[in-house]
Design a protein around this ligand. Structure first.
Ligand SMILES: Cc1cc2nc3c(=O)[nH]c(=O)nc-3n(C[C@H](O)[C@H](O)[C@H](O)COP(=O)(O)OP(=O)(O)OC[C@H]3O[C@@H](n4cnc5c(N)ncnc54)[C@H](O)[C@@H]3O)c2cc1C
Length: 491
């Protein structure tokens, strides 16, 4: 696998860099779009825009594509910056993988099946072939960590969630924990059942989660189609899916990908269109359209001065950390590909031996969402806490030697998906014609996930393609003033 930076100079790239100012679209030339941010949102937007025939330059500040879902090399292994999973219902993300030619590098369970470990023993949540929501009724009825009366109560709350409308504005301020408590879900049910799904999906303590987002996750994954929640994950390092494959496709499409290229500012150009300034005095790029596909705080700093009102408020979306504890044993300690845990500091644990390219032993990654309490804890302390815990969950670990132990920390892994965030997430189009937003944090209707990121990129490319095509058509009709009036666009 190659993770070479892919900074090609292509005809499209040259079109984007050549002089001529950022004025109205040049006669006969494709409109130039600069996409800022090479995470999944920016990659998707760049592909869509290029496929629509626009000249695309993708700027990524880091030396690789992939953003929050990427890999790096460590001691002869591939390490993901954090375990990523997706569900069968993540159709846009799966379509992107297919477009990138890497759909064969992920695996999806035949049926949703989650072993739930605890120091008291093992339970299992497994769906049947019955139609939803009956497909999970048996699993809940047999879920031993809860007494039978609480299993019944949980089933009633799940059904009530079907009637929660995530788009209802008055629900934006409601905490999921309060809603659950009002539906007769005691602490034990919230921790041993609801947290399993909500903490990892929303990266926030279950009680603190936004009700509309929690309802979206549960309704979409668990209550809609019976196969919606079947769990998928990469069988290769994330970098192969999200860095190497997009770089290759974008090169084939003739887009320019500039790595290590940080946008410092975006401003309207005197003659129309935009100028995108690069950090370190690397000049500026003229553009007819811009997609800002960076996390919320950076987006606010770029979009505000570009003329988008209210952009500063996006910073209030905040951030929530994810920590992964990586342990390499000298021998296999479990045959489970992954498991969830309750009554334990371990939340989810994944066997990463194959993805990492490890020849012998076993590589387990413990994924800790909403990791505010461990984000600052030194690795030595986490080692003292987690090794005995893994031995409690996997007794064979007691007889194994730990050959490596390290911790990855993403302090701003997602925005903080609590109450009030629905009102803060902006849509794709901005009041500035030609300037669109993308990113998993924008108003996708989905949580801050790979699926949300890809959906936002699709919307942004569609929006700009429409706007710029409209402008091109209008400019053929007459002078700039009339074109602008016809399209609502700045001349
Ligand atoms: C540890 C971890 C685990 C996760 N687990 C899951 C999971 O299991 N399932 C799931 O679906 N999601 C998961 N997520 C969330 C998922 O990774 C994100 O929702 C998604 O990748 C966000 O994509 P994005 O393109 O919106 O943003 P990002 O990935 O943040 O991409 C933005 C890019 O913009 C670049 N950038 C920033 N500023 C500039 C600038 N000025 N100029 C140029 N470039 C700039 C950044 O370097 C970055 O590459 C996880 C995230 C983390 C961190």
């Amino acid at each position: 696998m190659s993770h070479r930076p892919a900074a090609q100079a292509t005809p499209a790239a040259d079109a984007g860099r050549e002089g001529g100012g950022a004025g109205r679209q040049r006669a006969g030339a494709a409109a130039r779009v600069v996409v800022i941010g090479g995470g999944l949102a920016g990659i998707t937007a760049a592909i869509g825009l290029r496929e629509a025939g626009l000249a695309v330059t993708l700027l990524e500040a880091r030396p690789r594509l992939g953003g929050s879902a990427s890999s790096y090399r460590r001691a002869g292994m591939w390490v993901d910056n954090g375990q990523h999973v997706f569900l069968r219902c993540c159709t846009s993300y799966r379509d992107l993988l297919a477009r990138l030619g890497v759909a064969g590098s992920v695996t999806i369970q035949r049926r949703f099946d989650v072993p739930v470990l605890s120091p008291a023993g093992r339970a299992r949540l497994r769906r049947t072939a019955l139609p939803a929501p009956l497909h999970l009724a048996g699993a809940l009825a047999r879920y031993r960590p809860l007494p039978p009366a609480q299993r019944l109560a949980a089933g009633r709350a799940a059904l009530a969630l079907r009637f929660v409308d995530p788009a209802e504005p008055s629900l934006d301020s409601v905490r999921f924990g309060d809603w659950l408590a009002s539906r007769g879900q005691p602490e034990r049910v919230r921790r041993a059942l609801w947290d399993l799904f909500v903490v990892s999906a929303l990266n926030i303590a279950g009680d603190e989660a936004s009700l509309p987002l929690a309802a979206t996750v549960i309704r979409t994954a668990l209550l809609s189609r019976r196969d919606a929640a079947d769990i998928g994950m990469a069988t290769v390092p994330l970098g192969e899916l999200h860095a190497a494959a997009p770089a290759a496709l974008l090169a084939r499409l003739g887009a320019s990908v500039r790595l290590g290229a940080k946008a410092s500012w975006v401003r309207p150009a005197p003659g129309g269109g935009f100028e995108v300034g690069l950090a370190r005095g690397d000049g500026c790029l003229p553009a007819d359209g811009v997609v800002i596909a960076v996390p919320a705080p950076q987006a606010a700093r770029l979009a505000g001065p570009a003329g988008v009102p209210g952009a500063a408020a996006w910073e209030r979306l905040g951030a929530s950390p994810i920590v992964n504890v990586h342990v390499i044993y000298d021998r296999p300690v479990t045959d489970l590909p992954f498991a969830a845990a309750i009554d334990s500091p371990v939340q989810w644990v994944f066997d990463r031996t194959r993805q990492a390219g490890l020849g012998s032993g076993q590589y387990l990654a413990v994924s800790l969402s909403a990791a505010d309490d461990v984000a600052q804890v030194p690795a030595g302390e986490l080692r003292r806490q987690f090794l005995p815990e893994l031995e409690r969950l996997f007794p064979a670990a007691a007889g194994a030697r730990v050959t490596d132990f390290f911790v990855t920390r993403e302090r701003r892994a997602t925005f903080r998906q609590g109450p009030g965030t629905g009102a803060l997430r902006p849509g794709t189009a901005t009041p500035v014609p030609g300037l669109a937003l993308a990113g998993a944090w924008t108003d996708t209707g989905w949580p801050d996930t790979m699926e949300g990121a890809v959906r936002s990129g699709i919307k942004a490319s569609g929006e700009l393609t429409r706007q710029l095509a409209g402008r091109e058509a209008a400019s053929r009709l007459g002078p700039p003033g009339r074109a602008a009036a016809a399209t609502g666009a700045r001349p």
